[in-house]
Design a protein around this ligand. Structure first.
Ligand code: SF4
Length: 60
């Protein structure tokens, strides 16, 4: 499973890095994807995508 962020839409709220720090981290005022979703973190990653206030995270 992989996550991707539309950086142009990210408002830097930090929710995703809080929900799933194994995949997302903050870099200045935007979130970035650290790497592939680790085993066992799929649900946390999906929750982070669902909770993103601007729906700019894609998970596939
Ligand atoms: S939850 Fe969405 S808007 Fe907030 S930091 Fe993450 S990608 Fe950006």
């Amino acid at each position: 499973m992989k996550a991707a962020i539309d950086a142009g839409s990210c408002i830097g709220c930090g929710l995703c890095a809080n929900d799933c720090p194994e995949v997302f981290e903050m870099n200045a005022d935007k979130a970035i994807v650290k790497g592939p979703v680790p085993a066992g973190k799929e649900d946390a990653c999906k929750n982070a995508a669902a909770n993103c206030p601007v729906q700019c995270i894609k998970v596939e």
